[in-house]
Write a protein that binds this ligand. Structure first.
Ligand code: GDP
Ligand code: MG
Length: 449
C-alpha cells in the first residue's frame, strides 16, 4: 500500500498551491489506507472532508512536491486528531496521564468488553502508580460472572505486590465496590482500581451495573479498555460506554500486535475522549503513554510514507528559516511571519537553548520565548492568527475592537489573548526594524559573531 500511496503522490504535478484535483487524487488513497487500518467509515469520511478543506489552496513549499505536501497535511491532521485539543505528544513513555492527585482514596474504574484487557491493565496501572508515584494502591475485582476472574486479579496482584480486596463469595458488584472504598479509607490507600466484568457485546444489564457502580464510587477516572484490533465496532463501543457510563480516558491494548490501530482514531473522534495509555504486551511493565505520532504513522501505512513526511517537514523548516532570514533582511514582519515562527518554535522544542545563542536580541527574545514555551499557548496563538483575514495578517494595525471580538470568537480565545499576541508582534516588529538599521542580514550575522 505504501508503494501505491507513493506513486499517486508522485504523480501529482508540481504547482505552487494544491488544487482540488491534486488533493482529491491523494485523498482517494488516504481513504483506502484509513479503511484498511480499520478506522470506522463515518470517521474516515469526516476526516477526509476536513483535511481536504484544509489542504486545498495551501502553498506547496519550494523543493517539496505537492504529493509530499499532501502527506504532511494528512499526517499532521491525523496526529492532531489523535492528540486532541491538548496537543503535544507525551514525551515520557512512563507517564500515566491520569487524574489521581485528589483526596485519597482516589477510585479508578476500568470498563470495557470481555477480553479487552481490563484485568491485565488494572494490574499494570497499579504497578506503575506504586513504583512511579510511590502511592498505596488497592485492587478490587467486581467480576462475579466469570468463575476465575477475581482469582486472576489476585494472582496479578501478588505478581505486582499490590494489595487485593479479599474475595467474599456471593457479593454483587455494587456491594464489592462499597466494600473496596470502605477498606481503602480504613487502610489508608491512595488509589483504588476497580476492575469490572465485561461482556462479549454491549449489553444493557452490563451498562446498568457499571453505571450503578459509578454512582457509588464516583471515580476520578473511568477508563475504557479496548483491543487495538477492534474494527468498525469501536465507534459503537466507545459511544455506548461514553453515553451510558461516561468515560474519561481510553486505553488501547495489544498495540504490540500487528493491527494498525484505526480504532484509536475512531474512538477519539466519536467521543472526544483522549486515548491515554497503550498496552504493549502481556507483561506487567508493558504499558506506555499514548503516542499520537506513532499511532498516526501506523494508521497511515508507516514506512516510506512516514520518512517522506519527515523529509518534507525538514525541508519546510529550512524554507521557513530562509524566508524568515529574507524578511528579516527586509525589515518586514507581519502576522504570517509570526505564524511561521510559532510553528518553527513548536518543531524546535528547546527554545531557550537556541535563544541563548543570540546575544543582541537576547532579552526581548527570551521574554518572547517565555510566553511561548508552553505548547498550549502556541496553539492558541496559532488559532488566533489563523482566524485573521489575509489583510489583517499583513497589516495587524487594522485589528481594532470589533475585529478582535470576531477573531476571539473564531479562534475560541479571548480578547486579552489577542491583545497579548498583538503586543508581542509589535515588539518583534520593532526588533526587526532595529536589525534592518544595523544592516539587515549582514548586521544580524555580525551580531551573532
Ligand atoms: P479482560 O477480560 O478485559 O479483563 O481481559 P484480560 O485482562 O483478562 O486480558 C485478556 C488477555 O489479553 C490476557 O491473556 C492478557 O494477557 C492479554 N493482554 C492484555 N493486554 C495485552 C496487551 O497489551 N498485549 C498483549 N499482547 N496481550 C494483552
Ligand atoms: Mg477481567
Amino acid at each position: 500500500l505504501s508503494g501505491r500511496l507513493g506513486d499517486v503522490f508522485d504523480k501529482l504535478t508540481r504547482r505552487s498551491s494544491l488544487s482540488e484535483g491534486d488533493v482529491d487524487a491523494a485523498m482517494r488513497e488516504v481513504r483506502l489506507a484509513l479503511l484498511e487500518a480499520d478506522v470506522a467509515l463515518p470517521v474516515v469520511k469526516r476526516f477526509i472532508a476536513d483535511v481536504k478543506e484544509k489542504a486545498i489552496g495551501q502553498q506547496v513549499i519550494r523543493s517539496v512536491t505537492p504529493g509530499q505536501m499532501v502527506v504532511k497535511i494528512v499526517h499532521d491532521a491525523l496526529v492532531a486528531m489523535l492528540a486532541g485539543p491538548d496537543g503535544a505528544a507525551e514525551p515520557d513513555p512512563m507517564a500515566l496521564g491520569l487524574d489521581i492527585a485528589q483526596t485519597p482514596p482516589v477510585p479508578i474504574l476500568m470498563v470495557g468488553l470481555q477480553g479487552s484487557g481490563k484485568t491485565t491493565t488494572s494490574a499494570k496501572i497499579a504497578l506503575r502508580i506504586k513504583t512511579r508515584e510511590r502511592k498505596k494502591v488497592l485492587l478490587a475485582s467486581l467480576d462475579v460472572y466469570r468463575p476465575a476472574a477475581q482469582q486472576q486479579l489476585a494472582v496479578l496482584g501478588e505478581q505486582t505486590e499490590t494489595d487485593c480486596l479479599p474475595i467474599v463469595p456471593g457479593q454483587m458488584p455494587v456491594e464489592i465496590a462499597q466494600r473496596a472504598m470502605k477498606e481503602a479509607r480504613a487502610g489508608g490507600y491512595d488509589v483504588v482500581i476497580l476492575d469490572t466484568a465485561g461482556r462479549l457485546h454491549i449489553d444493557e444489564a452490563l451498562m446498568a451495573e457499571v453505571a450503578a457502580v459509578r454512582e457509588i464510587v464516583r471515580p476520578h477516572e473511568t477508563l475504557l479498555v479496548t483491543d487495538a484490533m477492534t474494527g468498525q465496532d469501536a465507534v459503537t463501543i466507545a459511544s455506548e460506554f461514553n453515553e451510558k457510563v461516561g468515560i474519561t480516558g481510553i486505553v488501547l491494548t495489544r498495540v504490540d500486535g500487528d493491527s494498525r490501530g484505526g480504532a484509536a482514531l475512531s474512538m477519539r473522534a466519536v467521543t472526544g475522549v483522549p486515548v491515554k495509555l497503550m498496552g504493549m504486551g502481556e507483561k506487567m511493565d508493558a504499558l506506555d503513554a499514548f503516542h499520537p505520532e506513532r499511532v498516526a504513522g501506523r494508521i497511515l501505512g508507516m514506512g516510506d510514507i512516514v520518512s517522506l513526511v519527515e523529509k518534507a517537514a525538514q525541508t519546510i523548516e529550512v524554507e521557513d528559516a530562509e524566508r524568515l532570514a529574507q524578511r528579516l533582511a527586509e525589515g518586514q514582519w507581519d502576522m504570517n511571519d509570526l505564524l511561521g515562527q510559532l510553528r518553527q518554535i513548536k518543531r524546535m522544542g528547546d527554545v531557550k537553548g537556541l535563544l541563548g545563542m543570540m546575544p543582541g536580541i537576547n532579552k526581548m527574545q527570551r521574554q518572547l520565548a517565555e510566553a511561548q514555551v508552553d505548547n498550549k499557548v502556541i496553539d492558541h496563538q496559532e488559532a488566533i492568527i489563523l482566524s485573521m483575514t489575509a489583510k489583517e495578517r499583513r497589516n495587524p494595525d487594522l485589528i481594532k475592537a470589533s475585529r478582535k471580538k470576531r477573531i476571539a470568537a473564531g479562534s475560541g480565545t479571548t480578547v486579552p489573548e489577542i491583545n497579548r499576541l498583538l503586543k508581542q508582534h509589535e515588539q518583534m516588529a520593532m526588533v526587526m526594524k532595529r536589525i534592518k538599521k544595523m544592516g539587515g542580514r549582514k548586521g544580524l550575522m555580525n551580531l551573532l559573531k
